[in-house]
Design a binder for this molecule. Structure first.
Ligand SMILES: Nc1ncnc2c1ncn2[C@@H]1O[C@H](COP(=O)(O)OP(=O)(O)OP(=O)(O)O)[C@@H](O)[C@H]1O
Length: 347
């Protein structure tokens, strides 16, 4: 698979000196042609800045950025104007022209690019039919639902046949059911038109549904990067654990942990569940080998691409030494989170 986007040590700061904001710091990653790549992070992590660098709306402060063979980071505004039609973009707030009809909104980039009327009309009809809005050509955006507005946004972004589609929080203003519809449409855009999609989001469910690989961003940096399943089934960073936690609600909050410690004897630990643990079978076997009892007191297991992941919180009882040995064994094939602060409380 060839790459379509490459970032090498990319920095972007706003302002200079001590007051400068470092929105993107030392980001190195490649995105493959034809993949759906996710960038997840909380507000202010630098996601929007990253996509604005990719489509040339912001210039990099330092580092190298190559999009479809063109070195964006070395280009001047005039050259960037030639590259931008290759990259479509959709937004959380849709950014449609309220006074134009649906057809006029979709035709807008084609008009700017100088397409004649007959070609424009044919292309708009094709696009509206692709996004399922053939009957809304003459409607105005105010007459459409949120999901329909985003379909217009997608049709407009696809108008000039881009190779890349950037989706910046494209479903964050939509209800869960409409979100599913739009994500389904994005899958079609990728599968049927072969367009590479970069999805920016703060929702793990969006990444889980759409993406093959994901970068987790925090304070301008990529802190985890890999296959979606690997990143979420073995989260290495606290921020990634928080994303998994909000999607799956599998990890107890500090308040719940304190209550669990009060009501259950033994040592509380949270153990990751993925393919290697075979849901929970291997986990229970390891405990059994050390004559340690494990009561499941909290947890959640779900799937990504039919592969299980999540975590179980257990109250372990047995000899202290046996518990330590069992935890050491578990750590050889899964993540084990201990809570030394609870021991202090239980004393
Ligand atoms: N034009 C700008 N001038 C100054 N600071 C900026 C500018 N654009 C972004 N920033 C700052 O850069 C940081 C990253 O912002 P960015 O919008 O990229 O984050 P984000 O992850 O997309 O968050 P959100 O989802 O809230 O937009 C923030 O601290 C933001 O205030």
């Amino acid at each position: 698979m060839s790459e379509i986007i490459r970032l090498e040590g990319v920095h972007k700061s706003f302002g200079e000196g001590p007051g400068a904001v470092h929105a993107v710091e030392d980001v190195t990653l490649t995105i493959d042609r034809g993949e759906i790549f996710g960038v997840i992070g909380y507000s202010g992590a630098g996601k929007s800045t990253l996509v604005r660098l990719i489509n040339g709306l912001e210039t990099v402060t330092s580092g190298r950025l190559v999009v479809d063979g063109a070195e964006i980071s070395a280009m001047r505004e005039k050259q960037l104007r030639g590259v931008r039609p290759e990259i479509g973009m959709i937004f959380q707030q849709f950014n449609l022209f309220p006074s134009k009809t649906v057809a006029e909104n979709v035709a807008y980039p084609l008009r700017v690019a100088g397409w004649d009327k007959a070609r424009r009309e044919a292309r708009v009809a094709e696009l509206l039919s692709f996004v399922g809005l053939a009957d809304k050509a003459r409607a105005r955006p105010t007459q459409l639902s949120g999901g329909q507005k985003q379909r217009v946004g997608i049709a407009r972004a696809l108008a000039s046949e881009p190779k890349i589609l950037l989706a910046d929080e494209a479903t964050s203003a939509l209800d869960p059911e409409t979100t599913r519809d739009i994500l389904g449409l994005l899958r079609c855009v990728n599968a049927e038109l072969g367009i590479t999609i970069v999805v920016i989001t703060h929702e793990m469910d969006v990444v889980k549904y759409l993406c093959r690989r994901v970068a987790v961003m925090e304070r301008g940096r990529v802190v985890e990067l890999g296959e979606v399943y690997d990143v979420f089934s073995r989260p290495r960073q606290e921020v990634t654990r928080r994303f998994v936690g909000t999607s799956l609600r599998d990890r107890p909050s500090p308040e719940v942990l304190t209550r669990l410690a009060d009501t259950h004897p033994g040592t509380l630990v949270t153990v990751g569940i993925q393919e290697e643990t075979g849901s929970s079978a291997r986990l229970m076997r390891t405990l059994g080998e050390h004559q340690v009892d494990g009561a499941i007191v909290y947890g959640g297991i779900t799937e990504i691409g039919e592969r299980p992941f999540g975590s179980l919180t257990l109250a372990l009882t047995g000899e202290d030494g046996a518990i330590r040995q069992a935890l050491a064994d578990l750590s050889t094939y899964t993540t084990v989170q201990e809570y030394p602060e609870l021991k202090e409380l239980q004393r």
